[in-house]
Design a protein around this ligand. Structure first.
Ligand SMILES: [Zn+2]
Length: 527
């Protein structure tokens, strides 16, 4: 990183304001105002020779000017040196978001721009909002760029795999505990999805949100909802649609209405909801929200493996999707019959039990059955995928029967939420280091079971070595350079295959003869 341009906060402020001016985040009249906001955030008093309007000159229209990441790094390091903040990542993130907040347009301005574009086309509106999220550093592209991404071909299509290096992983038990936590402890904002986050300066345990912008929407005949982007960008234009109320996730008829209403207003985006029960739901169950975006998941590309017909719904095309999990797909020219049939299927599923495949609707009155729904447009058609879920646990499967089983936890033990269901694995950051170490261990002909960092992968590695004997300890000494170089790809491929197994284990009706018969019995029970 070249830091010769930086000799103090004045330079950093001038560079940042010049950046904001060039990206159109602010106008010329905002230069002094924005600079003064930054001086305050940095707790820095310049001398009278600092004139922002002049200082920005050397950074304007210089194609070789410092990158945003570099400008912020210089300012943050300086703030650490001057004792304004400690050097921790949380404090740094709070301060650089505050700095960017000084040059991010006000919500009313963004809403006005968004609506002006919406009148032209929904695509223009989301293009504007997404670009703003990038330019304002709400989405930290330089951090996202560190994520590892690849695809793996499976019998269900090309699954997406991401090792996430920009967000910490969550423990399913902590997620369930957060749902339990009621009253007593009542922080502001109540959660990371509440609309009260807009402009919030954050705390060490809550991210700064000076740069987030929420677009008001009306769904389901007038309810107030908001559209925002996810700062983590698990896939292209990953957005979140959230309720104005901090109310728990709930899947019901209105959920289907809202999802279809959204894809009616934004036909280039899909929108889905996590299920409303622990284990099979997402990481936040306490605030009703959906996730969408401009991305075609493997699940959307999957075809039907079987056609279905529901009496009284002749205008709905239905079928079972060729997918590892149990998915009913409905298509129609208008949303109304889809909502009606989806509601009928949901109602039937909520109370459905089939002990022969481990599906019980409840245990002592605590419900287990729910649905992960996903809405999209397919040309003129409206499409709804209903993924059947059950969160029952047993002594054998304490984390869930229809959840990745013990032998796959070395790759994935977290909840299988909406994004995974659609065929995109979000894998924990620890895996990257473990795979690097495992590669060394294999190439050294060592036994992974004797190396603590990768011992959890030992059984899996044994299967890999059987499939690729060139990496077996007895052959590895004379391995070719090409084979050694190919090992990374082999490990990636095998992680992808594990993910396909993870999804298979989450199927309430396995894709086996017995499972298909059980699926057919459920379908028959809906009629
Ligand atoms: Zn909330």
């Amino acid at each position: 990183m070249d830091r010769t341009w930086f000799s103090g906060p004045e330079d950093g402020i001038a560079a940042l304001v010049a950046y904001a001016l060039e990206r159109g985040l602010i106008g010329k009249s905002d230069v002094t105002y924005a600079s003064n906001g930054m001086l305050d955030a940095l707790m820095y008093e310049p001398s009278g020779s600092f004139v922002p309007k002049q200082a920005i000159g050397r950074f304007l229209a210089t194609s070789s000017g410092p990158a945003l990441e570099e400008i912020l790094a210089c300012l943050l390091d300086d703030a650490v040196e001057r004792g304004v903040i400690d050097g921790g990542i949380a404090s740094r993130d709070l301060l650089d978001t505050r700095l960017m907040g000084c040059v991010t347009p006000r919500p009313s301005e963004v809403v006005r721009e968004f609506r002006d574009r919406l009148r032209v086309s929904p695509e223009k509106a989301t293009d504007y909002l997404y670009q703003l999220a990038l330019d304002s550093d709400y989405i930290r592209t330089y951090r996202i760029a560190k994520d590892r991404k690849w695809t793996t071909s499976t019998r269900y299509g090309d699954l997406d795999i991401t090792i996430n290096l920009s967000k910490p992983e969550k423990d399913p038990k902590a997620i369930a505990a957060a749902l339990e936590k009621k009253g007593g402890d009542d922080p502001y904002p109540r959660c990371q999805l509440c609309r009260e986050n807009e402009g919030y300066a954050g705390r060490l345990d809550h991210p700064a949100r000076e740069t987030i912008r929420l677009m008001p929407l009306r769904l389901a005949g007038g309810e107030r909802w908001y559209l925002q982007y996810s700062p983590y960008v698990y896939y292209n234009e990953h957005c979140i649609v959230l309720s104005e109320h901090h109310v728990p996730m709930k899947i019901d008829r209105t959920t289907f209405v809202r999802l279809l209403d959204f894809v009616d207003q934004f036909p280039h985006y899909m929108l889905g909801s996590n299920a409303d029960l622990p284990i099979v739901g997402g990481s936040i169950l306490t605030h009703e929200h959906y996730q969408g975006g401009r991305y075609t998941f493997a699940m959307a590309k999957a075809q039907l493996r079987e056609e279905l017909s529901f009496p009284g719904f002749e205008n709905v095309h239905a079928g079972i999707v060729n997918w590892p999990m149990s998915v009913i797909r409905l298509d129609a020219e208008t949303p109304t019959p889809l909502v009606k049939l989806a509601d009928k299927i949901l109602t039937a599923w909520r109370s459905y039990s089939d002990e022969s495949v481990g599906v019980l609707a409840e245990t002592d009155g605590v419900p287990h059955n729910t649905i992960t729904p996903i809405a999209r447009r397919r040309g003129k058609l409206y499409e709804l995928d209903l993924v059947l879920r059950n969160n029952r646990t047993t002594d054998e499967y304490p984390l869930g029967i229809f959840h990745p089983h013990q032998e796959l936890h070395h790759i994935k033990k977290e909840n299988i939420g909406l994004i995974e269901v659609m065929g995109l694995a979000v894998l924990p950051a620890r895996l990257l280091g473990e795979m690097q170490r495992l590669r060394e261990v294999i190439l050294a002909g060592e036994d992974p079971a004797s190396v603590p960092e990768v011992a959890s992968h030992a059984a899996w590695t044994a299967q890999i070595l059987e499939k690729y004997p060139q990496y077996a300890p007895e052959n590895v000494a004379k391995i070719s350079k090409a084979d050694a170089d190919a090992l990374d790809g082999v490990l990636q491929e095998e992680i992808g295959q594990v993910f396909a197994q993870v999804l298979e284990q989450c199927a309430v009706f396995a894709d086996t003869k017995e499972g298909r018969r059980a699926f057919a019995r459920f379908i028959a029970s809906i009629q």
